[in-house]
Design a binder for this molecule. Structure first.
Ligand code: BV8
Length: 257
């Protein structure tokens, strides 16, 4: 029988009482779906590369083929991945509470595949490509076998539709995220090392505006000393347990009864 921290019942109470919930997720919520986190050691041919060095415009400019192939490898992992009970619990929570905004740093779209509707993708997504010159989302010509393929309209290189380090986030996504963080009464921060900005400012914004902030993470982070509650453990275990305590209609594996 899994031992749950005593604070779990208190967090479940806050979940039941909350009028507006904001959630921030990071790579950790997809770890149990088999998608490596940014701070996991890369495997195979990518073992010698640091994701932080690959996820930059400079890396793409220097070696577009290598960066494109790294993303192709990640796209392959994501295509094989399935939403886990942590993703499912958040999707089911959305139907149980008055308002829930799910802000994710992840680019794997596993929240969408789990059924979450009100999702803000802070860092873009792996499903789309965009023209590196016109900056609009385009679909590669299936017959273009170059690596990377070129824009069917202007011939510039295509790139994944993600936000790289050193690139600005979408103003619309930032506005939605900071509004949700500033207006919520409960903020859940799940599976993130809280090292990447401006995402890492969101839980502090919620805290400064008087919200209850709950961190659910496998390891301590710079947010841990500030959070109202710190639940250390796996999101795929803790989220279904909290949801089932708060809303018994949700079974403990994250899916509805
Ligand atoms: C920008 C897309 C400005 C690509 C990514 C202050 C303010 C503003 C910017 C900065 C600032 N200080 C520094 C910066 C610059 C930089 C930054 O934050 N650097 C860091 C490293 C210090 N920020 C930026 O560059 C951002 N841009 O600010 O632009 C600007 C303005 C105008 C004009 C020009 C520029 C852009 C940041 C976005 C970068 N892109 N992703 C891609 O995915 O390939 S971020 C990338 O890192 C991923 O999205 C990923 O989510 C993120 C890493 O964070 P985590 O998700 O937290 O993942 P991590 O592996 O670190 O941690 C996982 C956690 O899960 C761990 O703690 C682990 O314990 C836990 N865990 C593991 N398993 C489980 C678990 N928890 C629960 N259950 C489990 N089973």
């Amino acid at each position: 029988m899994t031992e749950f921290p005593p604070a779990l019942a208190e967090v479940a109470h806050h979940l039941r009482e909350a009028q507006e919930i904001a959630v921030l997720t990071g790579a950790g919520i997809s770890a149990e779906s088999g998608v490596p986190t940014f701070r996991d050691a890369q495997t195979g041919i990518w073992a010698k590369y640091d994701p932080m060095q690959l996820a930059t415009p400079e890396a793409f400019a220097a070696d577009p083929k290598r960066v494109w192939e790294w993303y192709a490898w990640r796209r392959g992992l994501v295509a094989e991945a399935k939403p886990n009970p942590g993703h499912l619990a958040l999707a089911n929570l959305e139907g149980e509470v008055p308002a829930l905004t799910l802000i994710t740093q992840n680019v794997d779209r596993l929240h969408h595949r789990a059924g979450s509707k009100n999702v803000v993708e802070l860092h873009g997504n792996l499903e789309e490509d965009r023209c590196s010159h016109e900056n609009c989302v385009v679909r590669a010509d299936p017959s273009d076998n170059r690596t990377p393929p070129h824009c069917p309209r202007c011939e510039a290189l295509l790139r994944p539709n993600v936000v790289w380090f050193g690139e600005a986030l979408s103003p619309a996504a930032l506005e939605r995220s900071f509004n949700a963080a500033g207006n919520c009464d409960l903020f859940l921060c799940i599976g993130t090392s809280s090292l990447v900005y401006p995402a890492a400012d969101l839980p502090m914004e919620a805290l400064n505006r008087g919200a209850t902030v709950v961190e659910i993470n496998a390891d301590p982070t710079p947010l841990s000393p500030h959070a109202t509650y710190c639940l250390q453990g796996k999101a795929g275990t803790l989220l279904p347990a909290i949801s089932a305590l708060a809303f018994p209609a949700i079974t403990t594996n994250g899916s509805p009864a």
